[in-house]
Ligand binder design. Structure first.
Ligand SMILES: *Cc1c(COP(=O)(O)O)cnc(C)c1O
Length: 389
């Protein structure tokens, strides 16, 4: 039966592969979902023969199903599931050694910024943050001890676009490892390994899980030797994803394409509506005709995603809006079935000095809207009344 399901899997469309994957049906009973193997250890029938599973930190069939699933969706050789997005990113960062140097996109996720600027520095791994929309700035940051490049595109919260293929081509010339945080696009819209990236990282807490009910991280590698190294780190650091959360994540991922399509349809409508609104000073969305990175984004992604950021002009107006909206959660996080509105200046980027924040376009009036699956008419009507106060 397993063989029948595997046949021609690679040729199938993404929507089909989301539903029919290794272990998606229980081979022992035919059960329609992967069983949760709620066990920390496995009886060793014969001591002279290695079994596939011996201890859950090192491997568990439920987590393995998820890891194979994300590897297949991203087109990599091996996947890894971690306790959170930051646990996945931390494990990847630990591939570096004392004395190494990383070049990282300057508007990287706040947690990644913290990891690289405060924790990795204590391990004597230093990072230069650069504007990766400018290839010359990236090249100028190269040092003799540079070992890796960390990318995130579109960036958060101003949705700047980085040219993935141009950077991986240069990185290969220089012998640098490339890592990319693909949380905003998911493998439905963007598959970085096909563009030359070595390690793809996810906060699966966001779109992959999709329901604001699980915290998880995923990593996918492009080759076996990286797979062995990351496996050693996952097992050695012990920051694995639990089996129940592994199951919950697969449960959410099955509807990824349908959700992403609906999210995006609404996000485009919202971005266009905001762009025409007199109270809105600026709208950031890669699908808008005037977005400076639109052409590059369209080359490397099949869609624009669910996150729209916009500027209402001042911190006062932003706080007013937060108090008036009735549909979105006002919260950190994004990528859920329900809309989530966040205020970077006081939430995700509060720790950033004001001048640096402003320099990067994260003004006091900037709002980030993760468009959920509610009716777009209701979402717009809700914002309309909130903006008219
Ligand atoms: C949320 C997020 C992370 C961190 O993931 P956690 O699951 O919260 O640890 C990393 N990168 C991006 C782009 C995110 O949005």
């Amino acid at each position: 039966m397993a063989q029948r399901r595997d046949q021609g899997q690679a040729q199938r469309q993404f929507a089909t592969r989301l539903l029919h994957f290794n272990r998606s049906i229980d081979e022992a009973t035919g059960a329609a979902s992967t069983p949760i193997y709620q066990a920390s250890t496995f009886h060793q029938e014969r001591l002279d023969e290695a079994q596939e599973f011996d201890y859950t930190r090192s491997g568990n069939p439920t987590r393995q199903a998820l890891e194979d699933y994300i590897a297949m969706l991203e087109g990599g050789t091996r996947g890894f599931a971690f306790a959170s997005g930051m646990a996945a990113i931390s494990a990847a960062a630990m591939l570096l050694s004392a004395g190494d140097h990383i070049i990282c996109t300057e508007d990287v996720y706040g947690g990644t910024y913290r990891l690289l600027s405060t924790i990795m520095t204590r391990m004597n791994v230093e990072t230069t943050f650069v504007d990766m929309t400018d290839l010359d700035k990236l090249k100028a940051a190269l040092k003799p001890n540079t070992k890796a490049i960390f990318l995130e595109t579109p960036s958060n919260p101003t949705l700047k676009i980085t040219d993935i293929a141009a950077i991986t081509a240069w990185a290969k010339e220089c012998g640098l490892l490339t890592m990319l945080d693909n949380t905003f696009m998911t493998p439905y819209h963007q598959r970085p390994i096909e563009l030359g990236v070595d390690i793809v990282l996810h906060s699966a807490t966001k779109f992959l899980g999709g329901h604001s009910d699980v915290t998880a991280g995923l990593a996918v590698v492009a080759n076996d030797s990286l797979g062995r190294r990351l496996k050693q780190l996952q097992n050695g650091l012990g920051t694995i994803l639990g089996v129940s959360d592994s199951w919950l994540l697969m449960r959410g991922m099955k509807t990824l394409q349908t959700r992403m399509e609906a999210h995006e349809r609404s996000a485009r409508r919202l971005a266009e509506w905001l762009a025409a609104h007199p109270e809105v000073a600026a709208v950031y969305y890669p699908g808008l005709p005037n977005h400076p990175g639109r052409e590059i984004h369209e080359r490397q992604s099949s869609g624009y995603g669910a996150v729209v950021s916009f500027d209402v002009g001042s911190g006062e107006r932003a706080k007013q809006l937060l108090g008036q909206v009735g549909i979105p959660l006002v919260a950190v996080s994004l990528g859920a079935v329900e809309s989530i509105l966040s205020y970077p200046a006081m939430m995700s980027h509060a720790a950033m000095p004001r001048e640096v924040r402003h320099e990067r376009g994260i003004t006091d009036g900037l709002i980030r809207y993760s468009v959920g699956l509610e009716s777009i008419e209701d979402i717009i009507a809700d914002l309309e009344q909130a903006l008219s106060f």
